[in-house]
Design a protein around this ligand. Structure first.
Ligand code: ZN
Length: 151
């Protein structure tokens, strides 16, 4: 599956999250062959869990499906640039590639505010592909925050 096709699935997860009243962010994990391993949307409100970001949930699901915590060769696809926690989780999971849509100038940790994933001091540094369906990824967030003023 291409990065763009995977991002469309992530966007569907983001939209579903938005409909549940969650900040609309979605994530997909692809296995080394490019097949979908896991999909998740932000679930912070429903689970009352500050760590229930789409990326963390998708990484957990992918690891459970593989039966191992190392997601070597896998790709994390997410609609919004990962925060420090999610960027850290992706590094710990040893994903090969992180693909994201919209940049997050206020809190992004994959190139915008920080670059947690490509810090030269780390042994494992995922490749980063940014800007895949960035406009759609950004629009869904803008629409959400335009209609509600909760953060
Ligand atoms: Zn996060």
């Amino acid at each position: 599956m291409s990065h763009t096709a995977a991002m469309r699935l992530a966007l569907a997860q983001a939209a579903a999250a938005g409909e549940r009243g969650e900040v609309p962010v979605g994530a997909v994990v692809l296995d080394p062959l490019g097949e979908v391993l896991a999909e998740a949307g932000n679930d912070r409100e429903a689970s009352a869990d500050p760590t229930a970001h789409a990326e963390v949930l998708a990484l957990r699901l992918a690891a459970r499906r593989l039966g191992r915590w190392r997601l070597t060769g896998c790709t994390l696809v997410v609609t919004l640039e990962p925060c420090t926690m999610c960027a850290g989780a992706a590094v710990l999971a040893r994903v090969a590639t992180i693909v994201y849509g919209a940049a997050d100038e206020k809190g992004g940790a994959a190139g915008s505010l920080w670059d947690v994933v490509r810090d030269r001091r780390l042994n494992h540094r995922p490749e980063v592909v940014m800007g895949v369906l960035a406009e759609e990824s950004s629009a869904i967030l803008k629409e959400f925050f335009g209609t509600r003023r909760i953060r």
